[in-house]
Design a protein around this ligand. Structure first.
Ligand code: ATP
Ligand code: MG
Length: 426
């Protein structure tokens, strides 16, 4: 097959007929984030590769296997962003946003690019909604951000989404844990996948996250991080749980969540659904106190989450969720000939200024075909204009559903005359 006629593997067209679903999710996510004081940020689709190598971590799957990296014409290594946090933090630093009132609360919608094996719920280009809070270290902020996701899902009416939380500690408690992991995995070293053999020394926690079946199996009996937390990290985790309990946000502690990106510290969490097949994680996030410093800023405590919008829509579809209704045309004005259609265009333009969806014939169809088209696009009202109507300055407005007709003035203040009639129809 000619490749020109086919979208690249792992990409998806989002068609006009699906836009009401996307808008439903996007509006609710943005509204909730704004109610929490978040402001939108838009960052470039590509960044210097080094940002992700340092920010996301050189031993993660994302950096080792999944990035879309290429050299630009000057030979600079560029990467299409695989996630949103590193870019948002880079932008906050570069533009001095951290010099303003803290905490800085940001939200974004972004496309992400990861070279993965495409399957249901796993694409090579996908969409995320994300939030980052910079300059907050209190356990209340962990609870707040988890609560924000919970609220978004509540407003979307998502059912049966389970929240799992864990703490992966600070670099100090992690050093001890990593040593314990190395010791545990030593016995299986020969059987580990090649990537994990390499990671064993540098970043043994990544072994817990490996997707290969053999490595995954060994993870089951590995030591758990919660046994290695220092007093301060353990206390932080207890206070996060208490704050969640107080808000009645239900969770389970899953000591095996490590998250796929290296920048996390302390609290990590995932929201998991059983309605979208094998790729059940619809949202992941946590605290990343080391990241800002890692990419060149002063140390700033921070935390965030990202949700996969395709997966959320899969869940909503599976649960027969209510989406905002698709828009339909308010009024189609048919013309008996080109002259009349041209006049119709001026009427339609007035309505459009009022925010109505109004249409007239722009392809030169006969009257019957125009009415058929009006029906097809589900116009709520129609009107026919010819020489007589133009002369008289009056035409008949027809309710397409009830057949009811009324005469309206088209000569003067047309939009004002029909405004209330068009508005009154559901
Ligand atoms: P997974 O374990 O499914 O690979 P991840 O840990 O790599 O997920 P994150 O980097 O935390 O995912 O990204 C946040 C969210 O983005 C995920 O919870 C998921 O909903 C979504 N997501 C991640 N990768 C993909 C993908 N390839 N296609 C579609 N959505 C994705
Ligand atoms: Mg992944």
């Amino acid at each position: 097959m000619d490749i020109v006629t086919k979208a690249p593997r792992g990409t998806e067209d989002k068609l006009p007929s699906q836009m009401n679903k996307w808008h439903t999710v996007e509006k609710i996510a943005a509204q909730v984030a704004e109610a929490y004081g978040c402001k939108e940020i838009r960052t470039p689709t590509f960044e210097h590769t080094e940002l992700f190598q340092r920010g996301v971590g050189g031993t993660t799957d994302v950096v080792q296997k999944e990035m879309y990296t290429f050299n630009d014409k000057k030979g600079r290594s560029i990467t299409l962003k695989p996630e949103g946090t590193a870019g948002a933090v880079r932008a906050a630093l570069e533009n001095g946003l951290l010099n303003e009132a803290l905490p800085l609360k940001l939200y974004y919608f972004t496309r992400c690019f990861r070279y993965e094996a495409p399957q249901s719920g796993r694409l090579r280009e996908f969409n995320q909604f994300g939030v980052e809070i910079l300059g907050a270290n209190s356990p209340v902020s962990d609870a707040e951000i988890i609560c924000m996701v919970d609220d978004i899902f509540k407003f979307l009416n998502l059912k049966n989404v389970a929240l799992e939380i864990n703490s992966i500690g600070c670099p100090e408690c992690r050093a001890k844990y990593q040593q314990a992991l190395r010791e545990y995995y030593k016995q299986y070293e020969a059987q580990l996948c090649d990537t994990c053999k390499e990671r064993l020394e540098k970043n043994p926690m990544r072994l817990l996250d490996c997707k290969s079946e053999i490595c995954h199996g060994f993870a089951k009996d590995a030591p758990v991080i919660l046994d290695y937390l220092c007093d301060s990290c353990s206390d932080h985790f207890e206070r996060v749980k208490k704050a969640l309990d107080e808000m009645n946000v239900k969770y389970t502690v899953n000591p095996r969540i490590v998250r796929g990106l290296d920048y996390y510290t302390n609290t990590v969490f995932e929201f998991i659904s059983d309605s979208c097949g094998a790729q059940g994680t619809v949202c992941g996030g946590g605290r990343y106190n080391g990241l800002v410093e890692e990419i060149g800023g002063k140390p700033v405590a921070a935390l965030g989450f990202a949700m996969g919008l395709e997966r959320i829509l899969m869940v909503m579809d599976a649960q027969n969720a209510d989406y905002e209704p698709a828009k339909r045309c308010d009024l189609f004005i048919a013309g008996t000939d080109e002259n009349a259609s041209s006049y119709a265009l001026s009427l339609v333009r007035q309505l459009r200024e009022y925010g109505f969806w109004a249409e007239c014939d722009i392809v030169g169809r006969g009257l019957k075909a125009q009415m058929k088209y009006a029906d097809k696009i589900g116009a709520a009202f129609s009107m026919v204009i010819g020489e007589n109507e133009i002369q008289a300055g009056k035409a008949e407005l027809k309710n397409m559903k009830t057949g009811e007709k009324m005469t309206v003035n088209i000569g003067d203040k047309f939009a004002e005359n029909v405004n209330s009639v068009l508005m009154a129809v559901e």
